[in-house]
Design a protein around this ligand. Structure first.
Ligand SMILES: NC(=O)c1ccc[n+]([C@@H]2O[C@H](COP(=O)([O-])OP(=O)(O)OC[C@H]3O[C@@H](n4cnc5c(N)ncnc54)[C@H](O)[C@@H]3O)[C@@H](O)[C@H]2O)c1
Length: 258
């Protein structure tokens, strides 16, 4: 099993892509910290993993608070002694035109999607430096490569994640720590179901119509599943990716090329 001696933190892993990533690591033998602002879903995901013979720890985490990040890291290090992989997955999307965005919505988006990645990476990097290595994987998006209407502020946060990944990769390379990002496309998660409802209402369409139209724009002909992202994250966390750092890898079914 690829990750049998690994201790892994996945933020925002109570549901959606983070949950699939955590389950994939657990299936391959890792001990996984399920960290989420929603304690109920974090406990449910950790419970599923533990019941199926894996090892998981549920930890309440708000990536908007450095104290919360510190408490989460302390809990993991107290339990398992080290952190081999950090996956910065927690994120939100508010889909609307810039002219309708409030300053509070801008701040919330950037605080979670970009500053949250900084907070978790900084504290975990200090831990990894003392250990002599590790891997950090950040969830960007196809919106981190090409911006689209209604997703402009989201894109600003996800472009930021790509830049942060590139710079941090170079800073941490001498310590044996790699830093990479994944850029998923349209992944069928609770987040996209909410987006479908919001955008359908805005455009006068029926529920489900936006997702169905988007599906037709995917060269591989199907919506992305959380497991499609989890497989690539697992690769980036494995020894097979030891010579990759500072990269932002598209996982979009053929929608994004640079
Ligand atoms: N769904 C997609 O199509 C898609 C595409 C590209 C990138 N992404 C990115 O992948 C990541 C996961 O997306 P998803 O679709 O699974 O979303 P989701 O909304 O289904 O799940 C996000 C999880 O993050 C948690 N979270 C939110 N705010 C938090 C905070 N402040 N602290 C800790 N946890 C918090 C939520 O409780 C939830 O469990 C996000 O970063 C998202 O931007 C998603």
């Amino acid at each position: 099993m690829r990750f049998s001696d690994k201790r892994i933190i996945v933020t925002g892993s109570g549901r959606g892509i983070g949950r699939a990533i955590a389950r994939r690591f657990a299936e391959e033998g890792a001990a996984v910290a399920i960290c989420d602002i929603d304690r109920t879903t974090a406990e449910a995901t950790a419970g599923e993993i533990n019941e199926s013979g894996g090892t998981a720890l549920a930890v309440e985490l708000d990536v908007r608070s450095i104290e919360s990040v510190r408490a989460m890291l302390d809990a993991v290090v107290t339990e398992w002694g080290r952190v081999d992989v950090l996956v910065n997955n927690a994120g939100i999307t508010i889909a609307k035109p810039v002219v309708e965005f409030t300053e509070e919505e801008w701040e919330r988006t950037l605080d979670i999607n970009l500053k949250g990645v900084f907070r978790c990476s900084q504290l975990v990097a200090v831990q990894m430096i003392t250990q002599g290595g590790g891997k950090i994987i950040n969830l960007s998006s196809e919106s981190g490569k090409t911006a689209k209407p209604n997703f402009t502020i989201y894109a600003a946060s996800k472009f930021g994640v790509v830049g942060f990944t590139q710079g941090l990769a170079q800073e941490l390379a001498p310590h044996g720590i790699t830093v990479n990002a994944v850029c998923p496309g349209i992944v069928h998660t609770p987040m996209w179901e909410e987006l479908d409802r919001v955008l359908a209402k805005r455009m006068g369409k029926k529920e489900g119509e936006i997702l169905a139209t988007r599906k037709d724009q995917i060269p591989l002909g199907r919506l992305e599943q959380p497991e499609d992202v989890a497989g690539v994250v697992a690769f980036l966390a494995s020894d097979d990716a030891n010579y990759m750092t500072g990269q932002a890898v598209n996982v979009t079914g053929g929608r994004e090329f640079h």
